[in-house]
Design a protein around this ligand. Structure first.
Ligand code: SF4
Ligand code: FES
Length: 254
């Protein structure tokens, strides 16, 4: 595709801190290359603001290559913007055209309070992971791989679930602010493998209990989470989590 430059209007959520009342501010950026990433466009805007003696916009980012899950922007009403299977840092400006107005907000969910501008506190996810606990492993030398055969189909499913980067887009996209897709991915990646088997029941029960304690909403099967997930985590993981949870409640093994 031909490279082009564009002038854009940005409506960005500004909020001093968690308790302050936020609101949209309007900014103009000029000569933005279609080759830039969305975050690079924000770098240009922030440099412009600093040069004008104004406060830059706070936003989260780390890897800028779709791995860390930090870049939590709600762009034109969509978590991580218009491209499917893409994080905000991987979104490129060729998704937009000259003269566009782009609205950027932080994730909206009670369990993810806004810290400042576009940054939110996602430590609720860390606490859910902590509640899941450790897996039991034998000490000493690593076991020979052939001693622990894993069915290829299950290995693939576990790998796909492990692709979850904990970004929180599923929560932001869900009208109930449900964290079921995230929790189901984390439960599935271990429940499917022999290494995760010993604690699978307590893990499912404890992670779901923590999820509820953090104030995430219930799943009503709208599928918005799967549609907006940058790692395309499947809804089938939610069905597996429900089976794991019910099975653990009845004390069954599998
Ligand atoms: S399930 Fe998808 S949207 Fe939710 S935290 Fe994981 S990667 Fe992000
Ligand atoms: S900055 Fe790491 S996933 Fe976007």
């Amino acid at each position: 595709m031909e490279h082009y430059n564009m002038n854009l209007t940005l409506k960005v959520w500004k909020q001093k801190n968690t308790n302050a009342q936020g609101g949209f501010e309007t900014y103009s950026v000029k000569d933005i290359s279609s080759e830039m990433s969305f975050l690079e466009m924000f770098d240009v805007l922030n440099e412009q603001l600093i040069n004008e003696g104004k406060e830059p916009i706070a936003f989260d980012h780390d890897c800028r290559e779709g791995i860390c899950g930090m870049c939590s922007m709600h762009i034109n009403g969509r978590a991580h913007g218009p491209w499917a299977g893409t994080t905000t840092c991987q979104l490129h400006m060729r998704a937009f055209k000259d003269g566009d107005t782009i609205t950027v907000e932080p994730w909206r969910a009670g369990a993810f309070p806004v810290l400042k501008d576009l940054t939110v506190d996602r430590r609720a996810f860390d606490r859910i992971i902590e509640a899941g606990g450790y897996i039991s492993v034998n000490t000493g030398n690593a076991q020979d791989a052939n001693c622990l055969p894993v069915d290829k189909h299950k290995a693939d499913l576990a790998f796909a679930a492990a692709a979850c980067i904990g970004c929180g887009a599923c929560v932001a996209a869900c009208k109930n602010s449900s964290a079921m897709l995230f929790v189901s991915a984390k439960v599935s990646q271990l429940a499917l493998l022999p290494q995760g088997d010993p604690e699978r029941q307590t893990r499912a029960l404890n992670m779901v209990a923590q999820m509820d304690k953090e104030g995430f909403g219930s799943c009503t099967n709208t599928g918005a989470c799967e549609a907006e997930c940058p790692k395309e985590i499947s809804l089938t993981n939610i069905a597996r989590l429900n089976r794991e949870f019910i099975g653990a409640g009845f004390g069954s093994e599998k």
